[in-house]
Design a protein around this ligand. Sequence first.
Ligand code: FAD
Length: 377
Amino acid sequence: MVGGGVGGLTAAAAFARQGVEAVLIERRPAFDIPGVGLGQPANALRVYDTLGVLEQILDTGFSYDRMYLFDPSRRLIVEHKFLLGDDRVPAFCALSRLQLHEILLGAAERAGVEIRLGVTVSEIHEEPDRVSVRFSNGEHASFDLLAGFDGIRSQVRQHLYGTAFVPRPSGYGAWRVQAPRPDYVRGMEFLQGVGSKTGAMPLSNHIMYLFHIRPEAAGANFAGQDQVQLFRERLVQYGSYVAEIAASLTPDSDIVYSPIEPLMLPWPWCRGRVVIGGDAAHTFAPHLTQGAAMAAEDAFVLAREVLDDDVPVEARLIRYSMKRYPRCAFVYTFSGQWLHDEQSVRSAEDLEAARTEMMANASARIGASDRILDGPI
Ligand SMILES: Cc1cc2nc3c(=O)[nH]c(=O)nc-3n(C[C@H](O)[C@H](O)[C@H](O)COP(=O)(O)OP(=O)(O)OC[C@H]3O[C@@H](n4cnc5c(N)ncnc54)[C@H](O)[C@@H]3O)c2cc1C
């Protein structure tokens, strides 16, 4: 397994729990993953349940079952009750990225995965029945299967496809910062603005994260600039807790900026015994909060299909990819369209039209997506 994010850790744990000798390499020297928070929908929580860590995740995070759409002053437009989850699994549980990684790392270690930190791949050689790898530390090894869950700038993807398919700027970016959670923020919130969208996701009883999505130049990098000032200027039309958080930002605030770079690779996402999953194969606009969830699903389905029967491994990998492509393509299209539609609100008239449309249709639209995502994988 190449990559120790949500996808790689889940895949390694899933294989190892079924008795497979699994080696995971992670480029970082430590599991000190930066990032803010991850909302994990029921479909991801069901995968984590198969690894025996559902309870730990629910005890750590904040569970919620609703999404609220507001105007920039936080006047309610729509309250949507998610059609996700069941008696065992809530619709969503959100927690910090670091906490989720630590829980999955624990699952992988308990399952017996061999984890090598600070290591990457230097060369991949495909042989008829094996994949041999030279690591960045000079060591060699050969494997039955090489799975790249190495994120949006995947080296394994590059091995398979060269540079034909790489993430490209969408023209939008996401700003995020953690903040104290007001008691009344009890679900996912979107505040539709003019020319941007802002919102919040609760992460624990005390903490939430504030996010803000807007047009940003391709290649924008705000490191070394006055990010507090830039973030405040961008939030100026918003009221309620957004205005309070904007006023409370200081140079010590951990403001995170990420470009939004959707990517959907044509299937089959594999060649011979080399395969990819997670952000290496598909990266979405964040609106459905399904990126890590799809990485976890990929990992689960990969282990299930590869270990399922006696047809050649190559055929099992094609089957994995065929099962995953339609679902990921749905998330890619739905979330990309949502991004495009909300960012097309450019005037007070557009906002009024969007409010009327959302009141009529948004809950049914999100509900239709919920039913698909809550279905079998
Ligand atoms: C603004 C924003 C908000 C989001 N919110 C959510 C959300 O609420 N819920 C959700 O489910 N998803 C969300 N996502 C998406 C989510 O972050 C990703 O989809 C998810 O992290 C993908 O997991 P992964 O394991 O495929 O890749 P990654 O998490 O990127 O992990 C890849 C790992 O591979 C390692 N690596 C890279 N290259 C190599 C190499 N050559 N050798 C060894 N190791 C390597 C990296 O260091 C990293 O640890 C959001 C994304 C953004 C941008």
